[in-house]
Design a protein around this ligand. Structure first.
Ligand code: FAD
Length: 464
């Protein structure tokens, strides 16, 4: 093994196991693992507040895990390509290893780094954050897919993925460590007010926390198809922030789920959505800001003071629709929202309130611990009806019907304490049942009026 240090550039791949960049570096020399807090790369999308909370704890966990293997994490701040180029020169590194990332700004940063590095430093990129490398699943005519179902079918041809690789047993340290920032100086955690109490209760960021979630989910995976739509239950894996930050590889999740046995195809199909979303954003890097459908180019979304007040009511969970409010409050308190309720809340914003999906996408970006450029944009465009593969705009979810159908009484009770005294049968629509407590807001718009307004707007858009 050479004594020339090998840098590992960590981003959303904060794990030791099944981490090909780390494995390759560890096999070739002493390793310098580095995380660069980059709020400055041009056109960079700054991480939202909830993600920063997660990042802080995930970096702390990664540093602990690295130290247990004889290594540590170096922290630097600035434009990633410049910081890494400097670090390589400073340490005499022979190579920088990284997993490929597909956010448009990371692709730019990877190009910039390749150009900046002297010839003596190799830039080696590896795959490992998706079931199959984004861009590799193509139709018979060599085209990328736009629609989920054929994409998923074609992805199946690449499955099962190769078995996950264990963490390196030992990670050699360089002769001397370069300087590192202090994590606490980065100010990633909220101070006044500290809104993260619910986050601490719910989550354990880091690879060990991810494995624990996976283990707990393995016991229920076979019931996923039945329970995943019931927000009152813990029916889904809650692995999304761990997957987003790469604390566990999707390949590890795939194999563990298969090993758990039972009927797991529905779950694997959801995991496939994550790959699908990244493949769409690879084709359309501006997907978080540009609707794919031409009908939405000039869509008359509501603007002005009244729409702003409605947006604020939605964000605060004070719309008067208990299922929507429960979801928005779960999001604020814990940084996560159940998928079924995400769909209901997103439909409510874009159709009942006729507010631009990009407002919702931005709010989720700031408040979700799993905020993911590709998954967030793809799902918002899907619900709004503006995406390459999307629900039709005229399919307007009925929040009250959804609430009853998916048995949300317990969920509403958990997140909307003002309704604690309301009976199960009335809790989905206490206003209609005549038992709305004074502390709980009236509906900001009646369902029927909202539906008619949305359909009329759509007719005007289609009619030109
Ligand atoms: C409006 C809206 C916005 C969303 N924004 C995000 C986001 O920013 N980040 C994010 O990870 N998911 C997003 N989702 C998708 C989905 O809601 C979450 O992935 C899921 O709720 C996470 O919970 P879980 O880990 O228990 O999922 P499980 O049901 O256990 O699924 C396992 C994994 O599959 C992936 N997955 C499941 N459903 C989807 C999906 N529809 N699209 C993409 N990946 C999926 C996730 O990585 C998830 O952890 C969004 C959905 C909607 C409707």
């Amino acid at each position: 093994m050479s004594v020339t240090p090998q840098i590992v550039w960590l981003r959303r791949d904060l794990r030791l196991a099944d981490q090909p960049a780390l494995a390759e570096a560890a096999a070739n020399g002493p390793v310098i693992p580095v995380y660069v807090l980059d709020d400055e790369t041009p056109r960079q999308r700054r991480m939202g507040g909830a993600s920063r909370w997660w990042l802080h704890h995930s970096l702390a966990a990664l540093d602990r895990d690295l130290r247990a293997k004889g290594s540590r994490l170096i922290l630097r701040r600035g434009v990633a390509a410049q910081v890494l180029d400097r670090l390589a020169r400073e340490t005499g590194a022979g190579a920088i290893h990284a997993l490929r990332h597909y956010e448009p700004w990371w692709r730019n940063a990877e190009r910039a780094l390749k150009e900046a590095l002297p010839e003596s430093v190799a830039f080696q990129r590896h795959d490992g954050n998706y079931l199959a490398p984004p861009g590799s699943v193509l139709s018979g005519s060599g085209q990328p897919y736009r629609i989920y179902t054929p994409f998923w079918r074609a992805l199946g041809q690449h499955m099962p993925p190769p078995l996950p690789q264990p963490a390196p047993v030992h990670i050699a340290a360089p002769a001397s460590w370069p300087d590192s920032d202090e994590l606490n100086d980065w100010g990633l955690l909220p101070t006044h007010p500290d809104w993260a109490g619910g986050f601490r209760a719910e989550w354990t960021p880091g690879e060990a926390g991810a494995l624990e979630r996976l283990g707990a989910f393995g016991l229920r995976a076979a019931d996923y198809a039945v329970r995943r739509n019931l927000p009152a239950l813990e029916g889904t894996s809650r692995l999304s922030p761990h997957l987003h930050f790469g604390e566990i590889s999707p390949v590890t999740v795939w194999h563990a789920t298969m090993a758990a046995g039972g009927s797991v195809s529905t779950f694997l199909g959801e995991l496939g959505w994550r790959d699908y979303a990244q493949n769409i954003v690879l084709q359309r890097p501006d997907y978080a800001s540009q609707p794919a459908s031409a009908a939405f180019a000039q869509f008359p979304w509501r603007n002005g003071a009244e729409a702003a007040a409605d947006l604020s009511a939605w964000q605060q969970g004070r719309t008067g629709y208990p299922i929507v409010d429960a979801g928005m409050r779960q999001l604020w308190a814990s940084g996560w929202m159940h998928n079924r309720v995400r769909m209901i809340a997103a439909s409510f914003l874009t159709k009942h309130l006729l507010i631009d999906w990009r407002e919702g996408e931005r709010w989720f970006w700031d408040t979700l611990v799993d905020a993911d450029h590709a998954s967030n944009a793809t799902n918002w465009q899907w619900v709004a009806g503006s995406g390459v593969d999307a629900n039709m705009f005229v399919r307007i979810m009925t929040p009250l019907g959804q609430s009853e159908k998916f048995d949300a009484a317990g969920y509403i009770r958990q997140w909307v304490p003002e309704l604690a005294g309301v009976a199960d049968a009335a809790i989905h629509d206490p206003e209609e049942a005549g038992c709305r407590p004074a502390a709980y807001p009236r509906k900001i718009i009646a369902h029927r009026a909202a539906r008619e307004r949305a359909l009329a707007v759509w007719a005007s858009v289609k009619g030109g």
